[in-house]
Design a binder for this molecule. Structure first.
Ligand code: HEM
Length: 323
């Protein structure tokens, strides 16, 4: 009756965030996960087709401003690009009525584990040297083997512009007729994909992805199509490790256009928390347990990093600025 607050085994935001810490501790002032990244701005051009699914203003035909962040799934802000398998995009779209949609998506087509508890255990086992720890983990979380197969076999790219970004969690869209349906969303790149290998990427500069996207966007805006996929009655909505069948109907709702790469250190992403529960009217969370867990963990990470600004100063130290 204490809602679990007094249970020592209860999974808390503090435990979730601490579990992400690398052996030397977290990099102060930085995001506790997806710490390496680069901010951007641009717009989302809605084609109007999404209005059939959701009454959110973002689906009415028009152009809406975006702030987003390409990132790598690592707590290390200095990790070489080729050492990180998961890439992500944080995205905020705002519409004139003051509605805000935040989402944070990644490149795998399904998540590594079924539950937030599984995510916590995965962080611990990835650091554990105990013999048999991984075997015990995969026995308890057999879904992880699908993710390991994806990580081993999926092609790499040498540009964020060539990556797909998948929301993975299920949400509920409600249209103006009051009809509610479970959905997931994805961004597919318009840039042609040039597959590469981890070895080839490792031979490039450790920050190649940031440099490449900066020059690519300076030469031309980069685009992704946003697609919303609809669940059928038996599709799982509470487990992002289970992809829905390819044949599910989907609706292309618009185009994301990245027009400018922004400063990461003192740009518009720094004070932004891409909390996946910040949703406009016409979208809501489902029975998927991740968005609530993520929301509480991101808030904790945000509070920690913003109170550590002295460890990650907005301006570069004077000696690092070339005059
Ligand atoms: C319980 C599971 C998860 C935990 C504990 C977790 C934790 C975190 C934390 C602490 C951050 C940094 C937040 C900040 O300081 O602003 C973060 C960022 C991020 N997460 Fe998660 N995460 C989880 C699941 C997921 C899932 C399922 C996805 C994708 C579908 C995802 C994608 C991302 C992305 C793309 C970012 C970077 C957003 C940005 O640029 O700020 N995470 N995560």
């Amino acid at each position: 009756y204490t809602a679990g607050w007094l249970s020592p085994d209860r999974l808390t935001p503090a435990k979730l965030v601490s579990a992400l810490a690398p052996p030397g501790g977290h990099a102060l002032g930085h995001r506790r996960n997806h710490a390496k990244g680069i901010c951007f701005t641009g717009d989302f051009v809605a084609n109007g087709a999404g209005q059939a699914l959701s009454r959110a203003q973002v689906f009415t035909p028009g152009d809406f401003p975006i702030v987003g962040r390409f990132n790598l799934g690592t707590p290390n802000p200095n990790a070489p690009d080729a050492t990180v398998r998961v890439r992500g995009m944080g995205l905020q779209i705002t519409t004139p009525g003051g509605q805000v949609w935040r989402t944070a998506m990644i490149n795998p087509p399904f998540f590594s584990v079924s539950t937030p508890q599984g995510f916590y255990e995965m962080q611990n086992v990835l650091k554990s040297k105990a013999p048999g720890a991984m075997k015990a983990f995969t026995t308890a979380h057999p879904e992880f083997t699908n993710f390991a197969t994806w990580a081993r076999s999926a092609p790499w790219t040498s540009s964020y512009a060539e990556d797909s970004f998948n929301g993975l969690n299920a949400f509920i869209f409600t249209n103006s007729a009051g009809i509610s349906r479970p959905v997931r969303w994805s961004l597919k790149p318009e840039a042609p994909i040039v597959p590469t290998t981890q070895e080839a990427l490792a031979k490039l500069a450790p920050d190649y992805l940031e440099r490449e996207i900066t020059s690519r966007v300076a030469a031309a805006p980069q685009k992704w199509k946003m697609r919303v996929t609809l669940a059928e009655p038996d599709d799982p909505t509470n487990d992002p490790s289970k992809p829905w069948p390819e044949a599910r109907p989907s609706v292309e709702v618009g185009t994301l256009i990245v027009r400018r790469i922004e400063q990461e250190r003192d740009g518009p992403c720094r004070d932004l928390n891409f909390d996946p529960t910040i949703l406009p009217d016409g979208m809501s969370v489902s029975d998927d347990p991740f968005p609530a867990a993520r929301s509480s963990a991101y808030a904790r990470s945000y509070n920690l990093r913003t109170s550590e600004a002295k460890d990650y100063p907005y301006q570069l130290p004077a000696e690092e600025i070339q005059k």
